[in-house]
Design a binder for this molecule. Structure first.
Ligand SMILES: [Mn+2]
Length: 417
């Protein structure tokens, strides 16, 4: 059985003022090609399909065109999609009556049973392999991004990380109990899905969308995923990676760089092959992005002086600017205000086949420290860090009490999109 794991498409995302629609179409075309060539049984999309809970008509059209075409081309392909923190859970699920007819299952909302318990069975999706009609080949625990109240209470504070951990545990127990009642003696492979931040994973240096829900308290222990689970398909972090050294607990990563911080990630998707004896082969398939991201200086940690920037601009390829021209960021060290900096850089870039995305001007505070003062950088500050800093200043170095942190975290969690 072959499964393809992808996540964090962020359809509709813009990059500075540039539209990335062509890059998304390029990715989806490639994905379709691979699904057909590899003869994939199940496609898993682990959240953040759209960049916004209220996606544009164009983004929605791109998504539905992909679903329509990929299922038409591969008649027995099954697709399981979970909502991420950027998606609207209810909106993503709304077309389910149509999608179910195309062998596509979307899970965004955690439903309740009549006696107000979590409806675990709704999140358990049977998976089928091609050519074995009617025979369940594996089970998928399709857990969307969880908001407060979606998960069982695990302690008196109703902590997020413990609650999410308990969610997977209960779901696994629910599935095991069900398999026992139907008398399955041979265990089927189990695939878990999730959109969360797992401890022991690396985040991109300045990705605001990832960081808004990262504050330490809500990172999920990878122990939440039982060793009995054949593969855990995660979304949310944009870097493809294993979690805590576990081969079979992975982030697929985003399909192309969403920020300059992600430029060295290996973007693509992950192929999982499960053999008859539940032996598993995992391979990350890298994909060349349609549009490259360039940085001056090439090494991002130290900004260049203005003459160095002009030198580097000279080295850029000449040519017309088109929709495939690379995006460029320039990090420049300045010692005094340079009101015409942008103008001079734009002049120097004339005739170069690049699209200027951003200029970061760094002013040295003293010899050893560079202070960067751009709006984007302010956005990268974790709200929890900001609040605890202010608390410390205002109350004479006193730390914010844990209970207050947890309450604040709940609010940040609710607002995180
Ligand atoms: Mn996310």
């Amino acid at each position: 059985m072959k499964l393809l794991h992808t996540a964090d498409w962020h359809l509709g995302r813009t990059f500075y003022e540039y539209d990335r629609c062509r890059e998304h179409i390029h990715f989806l075309t490639n994905l379709k090609k691979h699904i057909k060539e590899l003869d994939v049984d199940v496609l898993l999309i682990a959240g953040d399909i759209f960049d916004s809970p209220n996606p544009s008509a164009d983004s929605q059209k791109m998504y539905y065109t992909f679903l329509r075409e990929v299922t038409a081309e591969n008649s027995s392909l099954q697709i399981v999609i979970i909502a991420g923190n950027h998606d609207s859970a209810a909106r993503l699920e709304a077309p389910n009556p149509l999608l179910e007819g195309m062998n596509i299952t979307v899970r965004g909302v955690v439903k309740r049973t009549n006696d107000d318990d979590i409806d675990y069975s709704h999140l358990l999706i049977p998976l089928f392999a091609q050519g074995e009609t009617g025979k369940i080949a594996a089970w998928c625990m399709a857990v969307p991004y969880l908001r407060q109240g979606d998960y069982p209470q695990a302690d008196t504070y109703s902590s997020y990380s413990l609650g999410v951990g308990k969610m997977y545990k209960c779901l696994y127990e629910h599935l095991s109990a069900y398999l026992a009642t139907i008398g399955t003696d041979k265990r089927s492979p189990i695939i878990a899905m999730g959109h969360l931040q797992a401890t022991g994973s690396e985040i991109s240096a300045d990705d605001r969308s990832e960081r808004t829900i990262i504050g330490g308290l809500e990172a999920i222990s990878p122990d939440s995923f039982s060793p009995e689970i054949t593969y855990t398909a995660l979304g949310h972090l944009h870097r493809a990676q294993r979690v805590s050294g576990r081969e079979n607990v992975r982030y697929a990563g985003s399909p192309f760089p969403m920020s300059f911080a992600e430029v060295n990630n290996k973007q693509g998707f992950t192929l999982i092959e499960i053999g008859n004896k539940q032996d598993i082969k995992i391979a990350h398939i890298e994909m060349e992005p349609l549009v490259k991201l360039l940085s001056i200086p090439h090494h991002p940690s130290s900004p260049s002086s203005l003459p160095e920037v002009f030198d580097a601009i000279q080295q850029l390829p000449d040519g017309e600017i088109n929709a495939n021209s690379p995006y460029l960021e320039i990090k420049v060290k300045i010692t005094e205000p340079e009101p015409s900096l942008r103008f001079h850089i734009e002049e120097a870039l004339k005739g170069k086949s690049v699209r200027l995305a951003r200029i970061v001007a760094a002013v040295p505070k003293n010899e050893h420290e560079l202070k960067t003062a751009v709006y984007e950088e302010l956005q990268t500050i974790n709200p929890m860090d900001m609040a605890t800093d202010i608390f410390r200043h205002r109350f004479g170095g006193e730390e914010m009490p844990d209970e207050m942190k947890k309450l604040l975290q709940t609010v940040i969690q609710e607002l995180a999109v």
